[in-house]
Design a protein around this ligand. Structure first.
Ligand code: NI
Length: 132
């Protein structure tokens, strides 16, 4: 089994260790393996995406993020974003929820563009299809 090493901020390591101990997960390596599996399954969904996709995208971002960039994307992709929701979480963070529906390729493009905005800390999505 290969050993993987990478750099990460102290704060992220501390939070990760806290989450590990609170969740009762015995193995840090197992937690990383699970995170990698989740990343892969999310990526694989993106390869088989339909033209009638439905996805709920949550975007956690720093308040200092340029909101005009997020807002421009909302206008550019309004054909696939019927609903958005904004929550002020605390002094530093906001959460934006995009409910999306339509061409999956456009939804993926939107997700990629959101991820590329500086100050965006986490982008997660739950995807489904009306064809199921
Ligand atoms: Ni806010």
């Amino acid at each position: 089994m290969p050993v993987v090493s990478f750099s990460v901020s102290e704060k992220l390591v501390r939070r990760f260790n806290e989450a590990l101990s609170e969740s009762g997960c015995a193995s840090r390596s197992e937690a990383f393996r699970e995170a990698m599996r989740n990343y892969i399954s999310e990526y694989e969904w993106t390869k088989g995406v339909s033209e009638r996709a439905i996805a709920v995208i949550t975007v956690l971002y720093d308040k200092k993020t340029r909101k005009d960039l997020l807002s421009n994307l909302q206008h550019e992709y309004d054909d696939v974003i019927p609903t958005t929701l904004h929550l002020h979480l605390d002094e530093t963070n906001c959460l934006e929820v995009f409910v999306t529906k339509g061409d999956g390729k456009r939804i993926l493009e939107l997700i990629r563009k959101i991820k590329s905005i500086k100050g965006v800390k986490q982008v997660k999505f739950i995807a489904t299809s009306s064809e199921l």
